[in-house]
Design a protein around this ligand. Structure first.
Ligand code: FAD
Length: 482
């Protein structure tokens, strides 16, 4: 676009917006007096350009958001996908968490998850970027996160989704009680994206929160972890847990839980062993603290290894562009999934996702992790200590083999053109400890994208959709719907 047509474009698409959605009018560029007693300043109202317009706008481009966007686009919607990082994939790529759990029920008899999760796995297999782990309680496959970034780019392009990377959602624009646009910031400045439907897939529920919808945090948040990739891990491998138990305190690294996987198609190892306690990563200062402390702990691991494993060949190869965030806000929705819904595998008429990953509570108040399984068994595990096994309920002849996520746990209500997908869904501490894994969150994305399209097509609020129709269209698109 040359400079004069760009001027025309801007002229024709300027929205008079202020942060709270009041038309700027003659308020533009005239700030109210700052209120120093409340420690606030008043940003001058101004007109913003509309960067783009679509049927569906998805905020957050992890696999959850990407899958939402692709589903809606494949059905025929014009879709915009906004992501603050330089690539898609969220925790799976930019935080280096490279394991997806089983797509089967707990007895490995019935496939309960398919859809875009399977499509991605199949595409990555062709690149030698996946290693399958059949019949494992702790993983279904590991993958190469960087290959995944490129694969997601391809899939977004193929679906005709319009992507915006390095683009940060900051505020909603509500006019006459209706959510009309979102304000974003990127290299081009501050502008608006207008859409008919919005999907909040930011993990932290940023859109819902800034709309003033009801949010809550669990009584304690599961701690974030900075992952790291190392070469030469084989020279340390089996010794690490004992080393950590014996010397973690010397290096001021809290004994949490350690796991890792080789990165398929490479010779590096991804280790998830750090823990930053007592931070809420939806708060800018605490997030900053967590990033710096997580990296310090990675260096401490290196120092510990270099001191106590003299013949090690370890070298740090890569750090994530974002600390791995397990949990921040949840959004109050039409239904909160409870621990017993998961542990006793409740069936829902409006189920849009199935899962078999165990309850896995990363403790804040003590080291380690508690696993609870659908067969009534449980274990408490800490690095370098034997697993403490027990039961959380009495033995029964038969056990449930998978649980479900209801559509209502993605619906905050109030705005008929808003749905969420991902880890901010409405779930209590125990339920969330199981359902938060990616193979489950991916399905919430697919449900949100499908529902957004159907709401558009039928011109009805997303809250009024017939759930049977959503389930039917999801199944047609490749999801396992039970
Ligand atoms: C260390 C660690 C290990 C884990 N281990 C596993 C595991 O082995 N297997 C597993 O399946 N799950 C695991 N989990 C859990 C799982 O990774 C998360 O629950 C899941 O990825 C959450 O997905 P999400 O899409 O809701 O959120 P996220 O992956 O956090 O994605 C949110 C996306 O939104 C973007 N975003 C956020 N705010 C904005 C904004 N304002 N504007 C624009 N973009 C924005 C982010 O950049 C990101 O791309 C682990 C989590 C952690 C932290």
């Amino acid at each position: 676009m040359n400079s004069s047509s760009r001027r025309d474009f801007l002229k024709s698409t300027v929205l008079g917006l202020t942060c709270n959605g009041v038309l700027a009018g003659n308020m533009a560029n005239r700030a109210k007096a700052d209120d120093t007693s409340k420690n606030v300043i008043n940003e001058p109202a101004r007109s913003l350009p509309v960067f783009a317009e679509a049927d569906v706008c998805v905020l957050g481009g992890s696999c959850t958001g990407v899958f939402a966007a692709i589903r809606a686009a494949r059905l025929g919607a014009k879709v915009i996908l906004i992501e603050k990082q330089n690539s898609f994939g969220g925790t799976a790529t930019n935080s280096m968490v490279n394991v997806w759990h089983s797509l089967m029920d707990t007895e490995f008899k019935q496939q309960i998850i398919a859809g875009l999760t399977v499509e991605v796995i199949e595409r990555l297999k062709k690149r030698g970027a996946v290693k399958e782990e059949r019949r494992s309680k702790s993983a279904g496959c590991s993958f190469n996160s960087d290959e995944m970034k490129i694969e997601l780019d391809e899939m977004v392009k193929e679906a005709g989704v319009k992507p915006y990377l390095h683009t940060f959602f900051s505020m909603p624009y509500v006019k006459d009680g209706e959510l009309k646009a979102v304000i974003v910031e990127n290299k081009s400045g501050r502008g608006a994206i207008k859409a008919k439907m919005f999907i909040d897939a930011t993990g932290d529920g940023d859109l819902c929160y800034r709309l003033g919808l009801k949010t809550y945090t669990s009584e304690y948040l599961q701690p974030p972890t900075t992952c790291a990739r190392f070469s030469g891990w084989d020279s340390v491998g089996g010794k690490f847990n004992k080393l950590f138990r014996e010397h973690g305190e010397e290096y001021d690294v809290p004994l949490g839980f350690v796991w890792g996987r080789g990165v398929p198609g490479s010779d590096v190892y991804m280790l998830a062993g750090t823990r930053v306690y007592g931070v809420d990563c939806s708060d800018a200062e605490q997030l900053t603290k967590a990033e710096i402390e997580g990296r310090r702990q990675v260096r401490s691991f290196m120092d510990m290894i270099r001191k106590y494993v003299p013949d090690n060949e370890i070298a740090l190869q890569a750090l994530p562009s974002q600390i791995g965030i397990r949990e921040t806000r949840h959004v109050k929705c039409q239904y909160q999934i409870k621990g017993e819904d998961v542990l006793y595998a409740k069936r829902f008429d409006d189920a849009i996702a199935n899962g078999s990953y165990r309850v896995d509570i990363h403790h804040q108040e003590k080291a380690g992790i508690t696993f609870k399984y659908l067969d009534g068994t449980q274990s408490y595990d800490r690095p370098g200590y034997p697993s403490v096994k027990g039961r959380w309920r009495k033995e029964t002849k038969t056990n449930p083999t998978f649980y479900q996520i209801p559509f209502r746990s993605l619906l905050p209500g109030k705005y008929g053109n808003l749905i969420l997908a991902g880890r901010m869904l409405d779930a209590d501490l125990v339920a969330f400890s199981a359902i938060r894994v990616m193979v489950n969150m991916n399905q919430t994305g697919e449900a949100a994208g499908t529902a957004a399209y159907l709401a558009l097509e039928s011109n009805s609020p997303i809250t009024k959709l017939a759930v049977g129709k959503i389930r039917e269209v999801m199944a047609r698109g490749g999801s396992v719907i039970i």
